[in-house]
Design a protein around this ligand. Structure first.
Ligand SMILES: Cc1ncc(COP(=O)(O)O)c(C=O)c1O
Length: 378
């Protein structure tokens, strides 16, 4: 390969099926989910794919988490345990529900929620735990369920993932996905709540539809709810992606394997481990641990800038939620705080590039390592 690759964009170009579905909604004049049927059909199909009986489409993934928590009865005075290493929305959904997010540390091996840390911060006010399927690999929901707390899956990054052969979306009491622009299935924005629990589903449905009840009147609002509905346009864009998802996941898995091989000869840049029990990883991200000692003592930021100059734009990843003023941190989160300094990400579109392009990441890392080791530390 001569020169840096051109990385694929995400989302991929629209298919004829997506164009037809989108125009079908446009021409129908039924643009909202209260008049059309596309959203409900997509919700049912997506839930089936997750091994869950019910689905409710929402405006985004944060709102999906909020609705799941509210439907479980989470509110003021309650606490919800969240991993310290995740996107901030995992915690802000708890704040939106009027409760306090409590950070628990993640395991050094996988950066997924550590069940022992969850038990350490669980108290009389704890009402639920949010299991984030980070990077596309399911969290250890078996150990989290064993804490006795209701498990809410944050599967925003894990469409199509599986643990011990069981799909993400069927591993807790209720699960939430995002369809925001960067996600494995996307409509620009959007989200969904899926669950096998009929009563919980009806509560989520009501809360997202201004407090109406299924089968009730248009102006019957037995409880306070909000308009958090998805539009038919979004569902029309999403429905055809159900048929594309497996191919996309396979492509990323191949990319992740090529990346691991390409980095095998680069000391100081090691793939973060995958939780045992993962039977399908969707590779939303490939997370790498950066060891500054191997790169001439240079900071992660300097490494990222040098990689970008080689045409490989990696991502700095999350800061620890334990540092945020609206997140309670009763116990230290040293692993998440170390990850802030040492973990970098390769995002999903790069993993979907041609194999030679993915392998180029290894060449670039080797060149950057040589250059940074030669430079005198500033
Ligand atoms: C782990 C995680 N949780 C929640 C969300 C929130 O989803 P949304 O952006 O659709 O609100 C995201 C992504 O944005 C995420 O990555």
């Amino acid at each position: 390969m001569t020169g840096p690759p051109r990385w694929p964009s995400w989302p991929p170009p629209p298919t004829d099926e997506q164009r037809a579905a989108l125009l079908g909604v446009l021409d129908s004049g039924r643009w909202g989910a209260t008049s059309g049927t596309v959203t409900e059909e997509f919700a049912a199909a997506f839930a089936r794919r997750c091994g869950a009986a019910h689905g409710v489409c929402t405006v985004n993934g944060t709102v999906a988490l909020f609705l799941a928590l509210r439907a479980l009865g989470v509110g003021p005075g309650d606490e919800v345990v969240v991993p310290a290493y995740t996107f901030v929305a995992t915690a802000t959904a708890v704040v939106l529900a009027g409760a306090v997010p409590v950070a628990a540390d993640v395991t050094a091996a996988t950066l997924h929620l550590d069940p022992a840390a969850v038990r350490a911060v669980t108290g009389p006010r704890t009402r639920a735990v949010v299991a984030v399927h980070l990077a596309g690999a399911p969290a250890d929901t078996d150990a989290l369920r064993a804490t006795g707390l209701p498990v809410v899956e944050d599967a925003a990054q894990a469409h199509g993932a599986a643990r011990h052969g069981r799909p993400a979306g069927s591993l807790g009491r209720v699960a939430c996905f995002s369809f925001q622009s960067g996600k494995a299935m996307t409509a620009g924005e959007g989200g969904i709540v899926v669950t096998g629990d009929r009563a919980l589903y009806e509560r989520v449905w009501s809360l997202h539809n201004v407090g109406r009840s299924r089968g009730g009147g248009w102006y019957d609002h037995p409880e306070a709810g909000w308009n958090m509905r998805m539009t038919e346009f979004q569902a029309a864009l999403l429905q055809p992606q159900l048929g594309l998802l497996d191919g996309w996941i396979d492509r990323r898995a191949r990319g992740a394997a090529v990346l691991a091989e390409a980095l095998a000869g680069v000391p100081g840049l090691d793939p973060v481990g995958v939780p045992p029990g993962t039977t399908r990883h969707t590779w939303h991200l490939a997370m790498l641990r950066y060891d500054a000692e191997e790169f001439g003592g240079r900071s992660k930021e300097e490494f990222l800038a040098a990689m970008a100059a080689e045409g490989v734009p990696l991502d700095a990843g999350y800061g620890s939620l334990s540092r945020l003023p609206y997140v309670a941190s009763p116990a230290p989160c040293p692993v998440a705080e170390a990850a802030e300094r040492s973990v970098v990400w390769v995002r999903q579109p790069m993993l979907m590039a041609e194999e030679a392009a993915v392998a180029y990441i290894g060449h670039a890392a080797r060149a950057v390592r040589r250059a940074l080791r030669r430079r005198t530390p500033s």
